[in-house]
Design a protein around this ligand. Structure first.
Ligand code: 3HC
Length: 311
């Protein structure tokens, strides 16, 4: 019966076993994973837009080629994750529909506009930096397809962060105007990057259950702290100032203390009222509709092939 199955499932989780698509799992585990993996996939794909804005405006052919490679990687990360979500018994159409209707979220950070070339640096360094801290931890998530997708994604992410940091380092070695552009960009992206780790553990709706099922291996606050600690040194190394007057080393804790996030802004943006929410979803919807002919052609080709096979 259900109780025995659940007890056996939890024993497997406690025993660090990976859950695979054909294994029995509680419906709530399946639902939680579809929620998190699909929103992770949506984040990767929507995240292509702010950076995509700057591919034609890159300052050199080299920077253009690197940015193009990064945006292309994000599309691939989205596809790994949509495929992982589909192993849980949901179709791509349902996933995309949930994004278009707003039923599914994506990382709030992508609702902020990319206003200058320096933003390509701040996004690579801070947004991918935060994503890496989160995704390295998620390599140990209990659902097999998700964990394996994370291993592949983490291999590509380090290049994303490094190229962003290099853009900022180059600007900080430039003239006054370039240094100002880099600092302005970090001022705009620092706090929204901290929001990527989610609410405080005490306010996190899913963390308790996600930790019991080892979907989440480290808490929102623990990963956020790790990200802050690593970012302070990296900022100092290239002369950037992080926009938080409360940031200071706490010897007793062995971590940096930092100021409070603007949770009102956080909840407003994830409720759909950020700068770019409507544009991002409208853009995705337009690209999806314009790409319908490709999907139809693939279907036609596939049905012709299978007809030939059965003939
Ligand atoms: N943006 C949007 N929604 C957020 C959010 C954020 N930054 N942080 C939290 N939320 C949402 C959660 O999805 C949840 O809403 P829901 O019930 O509708 O899904 C609600 O706020 C409460 O948060 P919880 O802490 O209870 O939710 P989780 O336990 O799911 O924790 C999370 C949130 C840490 C983001 C977790 O879902 C997670 O680890 N997700 C996978 C990582 C991910 O999505 N990363 C996106 C990074 S961007 C990226 O990877 C692209 C980069 O490569 C450029």
């Amino acid at each position: 019966d259900e109780k025995t199955l659940e007890a056996e499932f939890q024993r497997r989780i406690d025993n660090e076993e990976k859950i695979e698509p054909k294994d029995w799992m509680p419906q709530a585990y399946r639902k939680n994973l579809i929620r998190q993996i699909s929103q992770h996939a949506h984040s990767e794909v929507i995240g292509m837009q702010p950076e995509g804005n700057w591919i034609t405006r890159a300052p050199s052919l080299h920077r253009k080629a690197v940015l193009l490679a990064k945006v292309q990687d994000e599309a691939g990360h989205g596809l790994y994750l949509y495929s992982a979500a589909e192993t849980l018994g949901i179709s791509r159409e349902e996933l995309i529909d949930a994004l278009h209707t707003g039923a599914a979220k994506y990382a709030s950070i992508f609702n902020y506009p990319s206003l200058s070339w320096a933003d390509m640096g701040a996004i690579g360094w801070l947004v991918d930096g935060a994503a890496i801290v989160n995704q390295v931890s998620l390599q140990r998530t209990s659902y097999g397809p998700y964990a394996r997708g994370m291993v592949r994604i983490c291999k590509e992410e380090s290049f994303h962060q490094r190229q962003g940091y290099h853009i900022l380092m180059t600007l900080m070695e430039g003239d006054e105007r370039q240094r100002k552009m880099a600092q302005d960009s970090v001022n705009r992206f620092w706090w929204p990057s901290l929001m990527m780790f989610g609410p405080h553990d005490s306010d996190s709706q899913h963390s308790g259950q996600s930790m019991t099922w080892k979907i989440k291996r480290q808490s929102n606050d623990e990963l956020r702290q790790k990200f802050v600690d690593q970012s302070v040194e990296q900022a100092e190394a290239i002369g950037l100032t992080l926009p938080d007057p409360d940031l200071r080393w706490n010897e007793d804790r062995g971590h940096y203390d930092f100021g409070e996030i603007d949770w009102e802004e956080f909840y407003s943006v994830i409720a759909g009222n950020g700068h770019c929410n409507r544009d991002r979803v409208a853009h995705h919807r337009r690209a999806h509709d314009e790409g319908a002919w490709v999907r139809e052609a693939l279907d036609a080709y596939e049905s012709k092939r299978s007809a030939a096979r059965t003939a």
